[in-house]
Design a protein around this ligand. Structure first.
Ligand SMILES: N[C@@H](CCC[C@H](N)C(=O)O)C(=O)O
Length: 279
């Protein structure tokens, strides 16, 4: 400990929780071990992801949004975090805009704060080409099969800026989320590892979902996972263009009108508390 202070805000989006750091009004320089300590639920603050708010020099976005998983690794995209990011920069007075363009490692996304306080995010166009997910396959397919522990596992593969595999299950309550999720997360066919969603289709506009997140384990909700699941359901002809996704921590509204179109996600974002760390 060198004794420098770091102000943070604890936030959550339907139970997917974040430590949000303002890198504009304070200097934030953290290594992977420090991120892991902040995310640790026993020895640190505790969160699924650490989010870093930075200034962005270009004209196409107002801020840079960086995301670190609980394992300390920096990743490309986070949907629930994007809604919290919007609430953070608005509530902290870093912007007065309610439509906020933000640059991520996966490209530009657009955050819209609604009059009721919910946040809608244009999450961009999903990527289904294997090489761009990235997923090792000779050709694009609706469903892929991998042999794992003597069983064939069937899934759709989607990038929402970050990689997702989406499995359809009969009953999400008894799905082997941790066992299969952790095996698939680090399967060599996914060179950058993968987030693994378990989707139960309830109707043409409703799914239940659990997600084993790359670098964080099972979380109460995953925004990009919800988007990927609706894309996976739609390309299989199981869902229409709008769906309610019910996760352990709450519900998201997801809209996707098909190939070449962006995915829209709407849901809540809440501040839990503020504090100061000594790093
Ligand atoms: N919880 C997030 C996703 C966070 C990143 C993910 N674990 C990854 O490694 O890609 C969400 O709400 O999308």
């Amino acid at each position: 400990m060198t004794g420098s202070e770091l102000h943070f805000t604890k936030m959550q989006g339907i139970g997917n929780d974040f430590v949000v750091l303002d890198g504009i009004r304070q200097q934030v320089r953290l290594d992977a071990a420090q991120i892991r300590w902040i995310a640790d639920r026993h020895f640190g603050v505790g969160c699924d992801q650490v989010l870093l708010v930075e200034a962005y020099a270009g004209e196409d976005a107002d801020f840079r949004y960086r995301i670190f998983n609980a394992d300390g690794g920096e990743v490309e995209q986070c949907g629930n975090g994007a809604r919290c990011f919007a609430r953070f920069v608005y509530d902290q007075g870093l912007t007065h805009k309610t439509t906020i363009p933000v640059m991520t490692a996966a490209g530009r996304i657009l955050l819209q704060i609604q009059p009721d306080g919910q946040v809608t995010v244009n999450m961009g166009v999903p990527e289904l080409e294997p090489a761009r997910i990235p997923f090792i396959s000779e050709r694009r397919q609706t469903l892929y099969n991998l042999e794992m522990a003597g069983k064939t596992v069937s899934f759709a593969a989607v990038s929402m800026g970050n990689p997702h595999a989406v499995l359809q299950v009969e009953n999400v309550d008894i799905a082997p989320v941790t066992m299969l999720g952790s095996q698939l997360e680090s399967h060599p066919a996914f060179p950058r590892r993968v987030n693994v969603g378990f989707m139960q289709v309830m109707g043409r506009d409703s799914i239940r979902l659990r997600v084993f997140e790359r670098g964080s384990g099972e979380t109460l909700a995953c925004g990009t996972g919800a988007c990927a699941a609706v894309v996976a359901g739609r390309i299989q002809g199981l869902l229409d263009g709008q769906a309610t996704v019910t996760l352990a921590g709450g519900c998201l509204q997801i809209e996707w009108q098909g190939e070449g179109q962006p995915v829209w996600m709407t849901g809540p974002a809440e501040t839990v508390f503020r504090g100061t760390l000594t790093i």
